[in-house]
Write a protein of this length. Structure first.
Length: 574
């Protein structure tokens, strides 16, 4: 039976609690009633008081504080009652070992840590574990499961893949660089060949890749938007799915029979259209990340699109790669969805639950438990250049991570305080629900208008395409006729200038021959020049006779082109 990594970690943590540990987590510390109050704050999507809001803003804007301190101040500024106390040394020791190395500490390590009375021993332990080989191996296992979900080997062996991940983590490779290598992978470079496992071991199947790229790298499971707008999530659109699909639709598995290897190749053509099975609305899209505009793409002359042209048993290489653009735009540090997804997954790794849960369902109806905190984490992860160890170190040093699983002793008093705030939170929630309902009505109206507009456009799409197709040869015909006319006029001007000059030179040459007594060379040259002049005169006469016909041909071609352009413009305007 397949067991997800989330389920595996939950089982480990349940076992840990049964053995005296605890499941770390911000919202588990105060029990069920306080979780209800926290849920009220999430629904309200704002701090409970102006003072708390002001303090939270000031914390966010205080770059002189370490990140772990800013995290704690943001959380505590909006916390009801007294947080749970910090965990004891034995509880913290077991937790940090499990989270950073995947195993419990040895007896010797436990005795040494408990006997250490220095105030910075937790920080030193975190640094020690982050630098240990066990950390690299544990992260390799976690990223392996996150990226490949225990799929069977097909084209790249697990040993090569895990060695690649291990080298990346040991070598402190930034996480966005690792993601860029995976998304751009083609398997050609031997040093990076294991990275293509993400694509090849999914057989290069575009719909599967669209879903998994969306889930793993952007935290959005768009699968149900493949055939229509998502029926349950209002802000997952079919256009979002196919915008992601367009990055991958030109790619395919190419098997080199001689090398006995498979590569992930790419074509230079192939556009994406889609139709809703619910509404029959149709659309088309270029490559587009969710929430962004389609990318502007270069155009090439026909037969100039490839560095290596497609041929039998030849892997094509386009000049412009959509997949390379996906890798670049996703991991540049400017894409908020990528940054927040990665920060949320690392938070879930350390705290047991993501600020957005499930981690692959980021959307408006499933907001972060603390939106400001997630923004801070995403921004700081990008600012520290996606340093895995550096980011996990900051999370491990927070009081939120180090709190005990034991509930506070004054839980009854805190529950009363939480209850007193529920009325205010409920009023805020109702106001926001009313606002959401208004927005939903406006959205429904806009969606209906879009549907009607698409239906109105549908009958015009084929005529517009036909008009464009008819226009293209007429433009070429006119250009050819105009070019020929221009060449004839240029030749006419040249002959009109040169012809009379040749006759004059011939006369002077003949005179020079008589004067010098040259009976052979100069008279012969004069005769040649005179003959050439006569030829030019004859050609000039022929050109003069044919120019009106060519002029008429060019004007007729221009008229046909102009009429086709008018028709095309009329349909486009409609």
């Amino acid at each position: 039976m397949h067991v997800s990594e989330h389920d595996r970690r939950q089982r480990l943590r349940i076992g840990d609690r049964q053995r005296g540990g605890r499941q770390p987590g911000l919202f588990l510390a105060l029990g069920g009633l306080l979780m209800l109050a926290a849920a009220g704050r999430v629904a309200a999507q704002q701090p409970a008081s102006d003072a708390a809001a002001a303090e939270a803003v000031s914390v966010t804007a205080a770059p002189d504080l370490p990140l772990y301190e800013r995290i704690d101040r943001i959380i505590e500024a909006d916390h009801v009652g007294t947080p749970a106390p910090l965990a004891g040394d034995s509880e913290f020791l077991r937790r940090i070992y499990l989270d950073l190395t995947g195993r419990v500490p040895s007896i010797e390590a436990t005795r040494a840590f408990l006997a250490d009375a220095s105030p910075d021993k937790r920080q030193r332990l975190v640094d020690q574990l982050l630098a240990s080989p066990a950390f690299s191996r544990h992260m390799t296992n976690l990223f392996d499961v996150m990226l490949m979900e225990r799929r069977p080997d097909k084209h790249v062996k697990s040993g090569e893949w895990q060695a690649y991940l291990l080298a990346a983590i040991r070598g402190h490779k930034p996480l966005n660089e690792l993601a860029r290598e995976l998304l751009a992978a083609d398997g050609v470079d031997d040093a990076l060949r294991p990275a293509v496992k993400f694509y090849l071991d999914r057989d290069g199947e575009t719909n599967l890749l669209t879903r998994d790229v969306g889930r793993v790298f952007f935290g959005m499971d768009l699968q149900c938007a493949q055939c229509h707008d998502h029926p349950l999530i209002d802000d997952y659109f079919q256009a979002d799915y196919y915008g992601m699909f367009a990055f991958l639709s030109r790619s395919f598995v190419f098997t080199d029979a001689k090398a006995k290897k498979s590569f992930f190749a790419e074509k230079a053509d192939g556009e994406v259209t889609y139709t809703s099975v619910f509404t029959s609305e149709s659309g088309s899209t270029g490559p587009r990340l969710p929430g962004e505009q389609p990318l502007a793409e270069p155009t090439f002359e026909k037969d100039q699109e490839y560095l290596v042209k497609p041929a039998k048993d030849v892997r094509p290489v386009p000049k412009y790669s959509r997949r390379a653009q996906l890798a670049e735009h996703a991991t540049s540090g400017a894409n908020r969805a990528f940054n927040q997804n990665l920060a949320n997954r690392l938070w879930a790794l350390m705290l047991g639950r993501g600020l957005v849960d499930p981690v692959d369902l980021h959307h408006a109806a499933n907001p972060p438990a603390h939106p400001e905190l997630l923004r801070l984490l995403a921004d700081e992860l990008a600012a520290m250049k996606f340093d895995l160890r550096g980011f996990l170190r900051q999370l491990a040093l927070t009081r939120a991570y180090q709190r005990s699983f034991d509930l506070p002793e004054n839980l009854v008093e805190q529950a009363g305080e939480a209850s007193s705030r529920l009325a205010s939170l409920e009023a805020q929630r109702e106001a926001l629900v009313a606002g959401v309902e208004q927005a939903r009505k406006a959205y429904t109206a806009a969606q209906q208008a879009r549907s009607e507009a698409n239906q109105a456009l549908e009958p015009l799409q084929k005529p517009l395409a036909d008009a464009a197709a008819a226009l293209e040869p007429l433009v070429k015909d006119h250009q050819a006729a105009a070019d020929k006319l221009a060449q004839m006029k240029t030749r006419q001007t040249l002959l009109a200038d040169v012809g009379p000059s040749l006759a004059l030179v011939a006369d002077q040459t003949e005179l020079a021959g008589k004067t010098l007594g040259d009976a052979a060379q100069l008279p012969a040259l004069a005769a040649t020049l005179r003959q050439r002049g006569e030829t030019f005169a004859s050609e000039l006469q022929s050109l003069a006779a044919s120019l009106p016909a060519q002029q008429a041909l060019a004007e007729a071609a221009a008229a046909k082109r102009d009429e086709a352009q008018r028709q095309h413009a009329e349909i486009a305007a409609r």
